[in-house]
Write a protein that binds this ligand. Structure first.
Ligand code: GLU
Length: 502
């Protein structure tokens, strides 16, 4: 059964999908899923000059990495396609005559040069030229020229654009635009120009195609970025012009730079050293995926950039977000992007992984480094040891490698701190003890090693540091007794001997 909630994510394929666009996609997805509606992915590629090869594919790959699967899109066919605007030219063209005949739009023949002249003339007088109620009757368009002359020009094949008659003096210039996040936004149409709907190259502009498609695709809610708020009056007036009921609009707050000053830009990531794209774009730009983030963590922190559920908790799974999400709790004010907080979310989601999901991640990393591990029990116990120590998945190998290779070098500072005269003999005593005994639990190891240290007249503290450096190369790492237990006596003995040979 088709539910009446239908939303859309409508990116223009002009480059990689920025994190702001991903948040728009996510809010649409959450809203659709919560209300058992549909999410449409519509590719807005009417501006062919700005379209970038590979960008559409990239958008689809990002969404699928994140688990945001649209119900309808160029690759998930539905009943309202095509879902690429460049394939819908005829649809837009068909809707032009109706507007012109009703006097709500008009043909304009002004050449770019003549418009430039008008702009310059205005500038000289300290004014700004606008193609609107003030100037339109002085320009070359069907309203000023009349029916006959217009017909003549059209028959002669003179290039034209179609402009929307935004406002004329007969009506009040104040137009009230309802927005479900911001309430009523009053716009003075006197200040707006007659936007081009249809270009001389036979393509619609964004505004026209967007409205036609939202109507024909039966979109119930338009959830999009705040940067489109200034276009809302035009879009609503276009719905009026066709006599169509508009969808409900919700304009999402801006995402701000970490400093809180200004909109987060694609360049900020580069400058400040954090990703702003979901996955790798071209050779050199890495995304959240490559930088070690889990998709569920990215979704979680994006969901909270401009929304919260009103409670204390901040860590949510996608299912939880779907059930909690609500447009009413979307904020008006811009949301500050905090890269450190994003890492925290990732850490939280890594800790939330089940032992088997986490060991699955580890296994892939181990194999990527050319090692194999078939002992599931050992894999799980390594997983349990290192899971609390990982913030980004790119740190996994740093933790895992100790279980596969001995240290290549030893941290000098650590050695200076812990290496004493008696250290070699103490380590040899440990090696000797281990080669005699069988497998020991971490608890048993602790008491046995305490005894070895005591027999040499020292505390276990004198042994722990050197043993750790010998086994993992530094003074950091998971619980030492668990490491020894996992490595096994032979490997530990081997690492002790090779360290003493240096
Ligand atoms: N194509 C527009 C964009 O790239 C979509 C705006 C809208 O959602 O209406 O952001």
């Amino acid at each position: 059964m088709t539910n009446s909630i239908r939303v859309r994510f409508a990116p223009s394929p002009t480059g990689p999908l920025h994190i702001g666009g991903v948040r728009t996609a996510l809010y649409n997805y959450l809203y659709a899923k919560k209300h058992r509606g549909q999410l449409v992915l519509r590719i807005e590629d009417t501006d062919q000059k700005r379209s970038v090869a590979g960008a559409e594919k990239y958008i689809q790959s990002c969404l699928s990495w994140l688990g945001i699967e649209p119900d309808e899109s160029p690759i998930h066919k539905g009943a309202f396609g095509p879902y690429r605007q460049s394939e819908r030219r005829d649809v837009y063209k068909k809707h032009i005559p109706e507007l012109v005949e009703n006097g709500l739009a008009y043909y304009a023949f002004d050449s770019p040069e003549s418009l430039e002249r008008h702009r310059k003339d205005h500038e000289k007088k300290g004014k700004t030229f606008a193609y609107n109620w003030h100037n339109r009757m002085k320009l070359s368009n069907s309203l000023a020229l009349g029916r006959e002359k217009t017909k003549e020009k059209l028959n002669n094949g003179q290039p034209y654009v179609v402009r929307f008659l935004m406002w004329d003096e007969k009506e009040s210039s104040i137009y009230h635009c309802p927005d479900s996040i911001r309430g009523n936004v009053a716009v003075d149409c006197k200040l707006l120009d007659d936007k081009i709907l249809y270009k001389s190259d036979g393509m619609p502009t964004y505004h026209f195609a967007n409205v036609i498609d939202d109507h024909l695709m039966k979109i119930s809610h338009v959830i999009r970025g705040e940067e489109w708020l200034p276009s809302l009056a035009l879009h609503l007036k276009l719905y009026d012009a066709f006599g169509w009921t508009p969808p409900i609009f919700a304009h999402l707050p801006l995402i701000l730079k970490p400093s809180g000053k200004g909109k987060l830009s694609k360049r900020d990531g580069d400058k400040l050293g954090f990703p702003v794209f979901p996955i790798q774009w071209e050779e050199e730009i890495m995304g959240y995926k490559e930088e070690g983030y889990l998709p569920e963590a990215v979704l979680n922190f994006l969901a909270l950039l401009g929304w919260n559920d009103g409670g204390e908790n901040e860590v949510f799974s996608l299912e939880e977000l779907i059930s909690l999400f609500d447009l009413e709790r979307v904020h008006h004010a811009g949301a500050r992007f905090d890269p450190e907080k994003n890492k925290w979310f990732n850490q939280q989601h890594i800790q939330r992984l089940s032992p088997s999901d986490f060991s699955g991640l580890c296994k892939a990393v181990i194999e990527n480094h050319g090692f194999t591990i078939n002992d599931e029990k050992k894999l799980k116990s390594i997983g349990l040891m290192i899971q609390p120590r990982v913030v980004l998945t790119t740190e996994l190998w740093r933790e895992l490698k100790h279980f596969f290779v001995g240290p290549k070098s030893y941290d000098e500072k650590a050695l200076q701190k812990v290496w004493k005269e008696k250290t070699p003999s103490l380590l040899l005593a440990v090696a000797d003890m281990l080669s005699r005994g069988g497998e020991m639990s971490p608890e048993k190891l602790k008491s046995v090693l305490t005894r070895v240290a005591e027999e040499a007249g020292m505390g276990i503290g004198a042994l722990m540091g050197p043993l750790r450096v010998v086994l993992v190369g530094a003074l950091s790492g998971p619980d030492l007794f668990s490491i020894i237990n996992t490595l096994g006596a032979e490997e530990v003995t081997e690492r002790i001997h090779s360290a003493l040979k240096r």
